[in-house]
Design a protein around this ligand. Structure first.
Ligand SMILES: [Mg+2]
Length: 139
């Protein structure tokens, strides 16, 4: 069985986690509207305004002028990604990362030890939430 684990609004969620004053605010991580950047991640509040990743930052600013626009901290997100992968490794050594916030996990050999893929998915989500205070989807 293959599990697909995907972090929810990863960069924006990491910023919100680290800066509680951002919670409840529309947050965009990505290029500045002054430049020619694109949105790398938008949190839930920003998405309510129709903002989504890969959208030009100028469009995002038009949709939600009050959005808080943060420069990406890629090296830091990579560190957090490594912490997420350490949680994956508790359940399987066969991990294929697709990006910093997404991976395929082959849990075929783990089910006898940990339970079905669905159970493993729930445990991974719970451990990511508890230890890293981030939300993952596992399907
Ligand atoms: Mg994601």
């Amino acid at each position: 069985m293959i599990l697909h684990v995907d972090m929810d609004a990863f960069y924006a969620s990491v910023e919100e986690r680290d800066r509680p004053e951002l919670v409840g605010q529309p947050v965009i991580v990505g290029g500045t509207p002054e430049g020619r950047g694109v949105v790398a991640a938008a949190n839930y509040v920003a998405r309510q305004y129709g903002i989504h990743s890969a959208m030009p930052a100028v469009t995002a600013r038009r949709l939600c002028p009050q959005a808080i626009c943060l420069p990406p901290r890629m090296r830091y997100y990579a560190e957090v990604s490594k912490q997420i992968q350490e949680i994956f490794q508790r359940f399987t050594p066969i991990i294929e990362p697709l990006s910093l916030d997404e991976a395929f996990l082959d849990v075929s050999g783990s089910e006898a030890l940990f339970g079905s893929a669905a159970v493993i998915g729930r445990r991974i989500k719970a451990e990511i939430r508890r230890e890293l205070r981030l939300v993952a989807e596992a399907t």
